[in-house]
Write a protein that binds this ligand. Sequence first.
Ligand code: C5P
Length: 218
Amino acid sequence: PGALPLTGRHVLVTSGPTHEPIDPVRFLANRSSGQQGHAIAAALAALGARVTLVAGPVAIPDPQGVETLHVETAREMMAACEAALPADAAVFAAAVADWRPAEPAAQKMKKPLDQSAPPLALVPNPDILATLSRHPQRPELVIGFAAETERVIEHAQAKLARKGCDWIVANDVSGDAMGGAENTVHLVTHHGVEHWPRLPKVEVAARLADRVAEALHP
Ligand code: C5P
């Protein structure tokens, strides 16, 4: 009585991009800002959860009251997530690089004298969401994200089945959601689809945290 709804719960959150080294000074990355994932971590903490945020390289501050672990690569993010278990729930909001250079060069790569470009062989990164969804210590509630520009719901439902998670937050990025302050999302579960209005990202975070609290309630 009087306690916040997520008091005593541990929630794992990933956020931001990953950086995959090509050589000591170059990397592959993407445009994720970490805004939505960090807001989710803060919203869960505001409901009383102990939150472990595994953050890729971002330019925004660590959320207050959240244990934030900083990583660079997808493999480091995976290791940090596994080390953070057990957790009651996990929200995988990071934009993890799908591939990494197969063998990062130990020294800065030199421009070939004949103006050719060096080959860049890629190998797939581990899928953190799929791996944790099938982990022996799987959190009770596993939530993934899906950014889509078309057939948003269909793609999210397929992803729900493929990844083995419980919910997918389907992100309609056909408009200006990428990098913007607002987001249009649909909550896709095994029971159906809930359409949310276009909302500020902090409001999306607050609503999702409320849903997590409801779902974890005994
Ligand atoms: O397959 P796709 O990358 O579209 O799936 C997106 C969801 O999967 C997000 O929740 C993202 O955080 C997660 N993911 C992951 N590890 C990867 C790729 C995606 O956790 N290597």
